[in-house]
Structure formats: structure tokens, C-alpha cells
Ligand binder design. Structure first.
Ligand code: MF3
Ligand code: CO
Length: 257
């Protein structure tokens, strides 16, 4: 069953989402050649603490950190480490979530480190745009798979591939609620979207083939062909006025992410 949230619950989720937005923006400011992913972890932990929010990832199924930091061919769930320093030309995906007063927010973005090659610029732009295409479908009366299909169509039109093994999800009083939300599929299937449903939509897109594998650390997912991968995510509510992105300020229309 997909739980619909009341207007007051959506406001509570927005408060959680704004913490996630603020922390990811602090990280965006900090990303530069030479910084380690453990430095980023510390910034994220301190940011959540300052807002009185509980980081949602640490301890989730045994995940050891508050932040997922995935570099280049790492797709998702990269574990921060003092030994991993960013270098000019890298891309880094940052995924962060919190719980605030019982409600969750979850978002991610991929950033360039200094100047990156043009194919990577395209990968980041197309992945971000695929999230926009998906968000556009978050309207009452549409079907769940319309969101999935929008991602896949946009990505494949631009000759990149969609990761199948990891999916978006419902979110609310738990980080992962029903339903699963794949980033691929035909439109017109699944439940109809209703006012108050909330989804974490999170396309993961590879520059090469779609294959991924998990490393021996049991977390870090990497592309099987070594190609680079990008990840963008927002927590988005269905409202009668259209999609409401809960992981950014209301006024951030046309924001870069
Ligand atoms: N955005 C990811 C998700 O929805 C982050 C989870 S990382 C974990 O699953 F460590 F918490 F698992
Ligand atoms: Co998520």
C-alpha cells in the first residue's frame, strides 16, 4: 500500500528536505581537488547536527557513514574514506538523507571536480534532465510507470544507460516505503498517482553499459565496464498543483538541481 500524506505531513517532510538541501549545498561548496570523502562525511554529519536532524543512512542495514560519496565509476553507496581524495577531472555523487521529527528527506547530486571532460558534462546534464522529466510526471491520475519511462526514454535518447539494480522508492515516516520506483519501464502501468503520495526519484545513469556490481566492502556499487556513472535524486510529492520538490526551497524554481 502506498501511504498518502496530509498537508501537515508534507510540510514536515519539507522541513526534513530543507535540511538535506542545506547539507548538500554545503558539500557542493566544499568539493574541490584535494578534499577527501571523509572530510565531506564530517561536513555532512556536522550539518545534520546543527539542524537537530538524524542522519538517515548511518546504521541503515549496517551502512557505516552518514553520507554516500561515489567517485567516477562508482554508481552509489561509496563509503567515505580519508584515503579517497578528489582529483581535478573527477565526478562525485553525493547522496544524503535525514529524519527530522519522524519524517524523512532523501536527495543526491553529482558534481564535477574542477574541469571535467565534455562527455562527463553531458552525463551529468542528461542525468539531471532525466530527473526533471520524471518529476514532470508526478501528477494525480498519472501511472507510477510513467515516471520510470520518462527517465529511461530521456537517458536512452542521449545514448547513456539506466542502472536496473537500484531503484527509487516511496518515502515518509520511513526512508524506504512502498512502492519501488525503477528508472526503466513502459508507461501506463502500476498504481495511479494520488494527492499526498511522495517518491524519492533517483536516476542512476552510466556513460557505458548498464551493468553494475558490488565490491567486496559489500556496499560500493561500480559499473562493470569501468565507465563513469551519475546520480541525481529529489523527494517529490504529488499535489493538485503539480509536483512539489520537498528537498529544495519552494522559491528554487529553475534551480540548477
Ligand atoms: N538514496 C539511497 C537510498 O534511497 C541511500 C541509501 S544508502 C544506505 O537507498 F546506506 F542508507 F543504504
Ligand atoms: Co533514495
Amino acid at each position: 500500500m502506498i501511504v498518502c500524506k496530509s498537508a501537515a505531513e508534507l510540510e514536515a517532510m519539507h522541513r526534513a528536505g530543507l535540511v538535506v538541501w542545506d547539507v548538500l549545498n554545503r558539500l557542493r561548496q566544499a568539493v574541490q581537488p584535494g578534499i577527501s570523502t571523509l572530510d565531506l562525511e564530517r561536513i555532512a554529519a556536522q550539518g545534520a547536527q546543527q539542524h537537530g536532524a538524524r542522519p538517515a543512512f548511518k546504521g541503515y542495514r549496517g551502512y557505516p557513514c552518514v553520507l554516500c560519496a561515489s567517485i567516477n565509476q562508482e554508481v552509489v553507496h561509496g563509503i567515505p574514506s580519508g584515503a579517497r581524495r578528489l582529483r581535478e577531472g573527477d565526478i562525485i555523487s553525493l547522496d544524503f538523507g535525514v529524519e527530522l521529527n519522524g519524517y524523512y528527506g532523501d536527495a543526491a547530486l553529482t558534481l564535477p571536480v574542477g574541469k571535467i571532460r565534455s562527455e562527463l558534462c553531458d552525463l551529468l546534464r542528461v542525468t539531471r534532465e532525466s530527473l526533471d522529466q520524471a518529476i514532470e510526471k508526478v501528477r494525480p491520475g498519472n501511472r507510477l510507470s510513467d515516471i520510470s519511462a520518462a527517465v529511461q526514454q530521456w537517458v536512452e535518447k542521449h545514448r547513456f544507460s539506466v542502472v536496473r539494480e537500484f531503484v527509487g522508492h516511496g518515502i515518509g515516516t520511513k526512508m524506504h516505503e512502498e512502492p519501488n520506483l525503477p528508472n526503466y519501464g513502459d508507461p501506463g502501468h502500476g498504481p495511479r498517482l494520488e494527492e499526498g503520495m511522495v517518491f524519492a526519484i533517483e536516476p542512476m545513469v552510466n556513460a557505458g553499459g548498464p551493468g553494475v556490481k558490488v565490491l567486496d566492502d559489500k556496499w560500493t556499487a561500480v559499473t562493470t565496464d569501468g565507465s563513469c556513472s551519475a546520480h541525481f535524486e529529489h523527494t517529490v510529492a504529488v499535489t493538485l498543483n503539480g509536483p512539489w520538490i520537498l528537498t529544495r526551497p519552494r522559491e528554487a524554481v529553475g534551480a540548477s538541481w
